[in-house]
Design a protein around this ligand. Structure first.
Ligand SMILES: [Zn+2]
Ligand SMILES: [Zn+2]
Length: 238
């Protein structure tokens, strides 16, 4: 080990993105958290809405996106890791989630050629408060891994005082209407849309609608986490 590595390991030990335990340089999770984390089984979910086939929402609602996937369910180790990244600025989590999201894209969307990556935007006041937009951070990591360019400033967000996670399933869809707008045309392009957590799909649906209005041919979503069976329930996400 080089002297620089020894010093940096002592000063800034690498920590488990979920529980904070000190781990090896190359790892993201400690052995315990790695054992506990549950991956989504892509053979059991609807490729359009991303939900378990029994809970598929596609009969009740026509989504503007053509597909939606996530490597993890919004629970336990994956949920805690995402929240540490999102609210605790544990930035190592972004690399872990982007890596797993890239794997999911390569597995489920293996026959799709993407022209660019868009992400769910955050109003600049909110972004200023938090210091970063977690969806943008994930999108930029994904862009590096997949070699797909970011469609810069394609979507922007209006200010809203109403927070999505205080609302029910139905309220979320009406609250989010008109929140986003596109800034230029992407005629004929196939777009990969990135978000941190898919809860009801209302945010992704509204963003996908804007991308279609901007001329996109198709929009496919990838998020770090997906919430299953959420009808009417209040959760923390979009
Ligand atoms: Zn851990
Ligand atoms: Zn479905």
């Amino acid at each position: 080990m080089k002297i620089f590595d020894i010093i940096s390991n002592a000063l800034f030990p690498n920590k488990c993105i979920c529980c904070g335990e000190i781990i090896g340089r190359e790892d993201f999770l400690c052995d315990y958290c790695y054992e506990m984390i549950e991956y989504v089984d892509f053979s059991k979910v609807c490729k359009r809405c991303g939900l378990n086939k029994k809970e598929c929402q596609c009969k009740n609602r026509v989504f503007h996106f053509s597909g939606s996937i996530a490597p993890f369910e919004n629970k336990e180790v994956a949920r805690q890791s995402m929240y540490r990244f999102k609210f605790g600025r544990a930035i190592g989590g972004s690399k872990f989630f982007a890596f797993e999201m890239a794997k999911a894209v390569k597995t489920v969307y293996n026959d799709i050629e993407f022209d660019g990556i868009a992400f769910v935007p955050m109003h600049f006041v909110k972004r200023l408060k938090r210091g970063f937009n977690q969806s943008e951070v994930l999108a930029r990591e994904l862009s590096k891994i997949l070699g797909i360019r970011i469609l810069e400033d394609l979507l922007s967000s209006k200010y809203s005082s109403k927070i999505q996670h205080d609302l029910t399933f139905k309220e979320r869809f009406s609250n989010i209407k008109g929140r986003y707008k596109f800034n230029y045309n992407v005629t004929g392009k196939t777009v990969l849309l990135v978000d941190d957590i898919k809860t009801t799909g209302a945010t992704l649906d509204e963003c996908a609608k804007q991308l279609l209005l901007a001329g996109a041919d198709r929009v496919y979503c990838v998020s770090g986490l997906i919430t299953q069976s959420k009808k009417g329930k209040k959760t923390n996400g979009n």
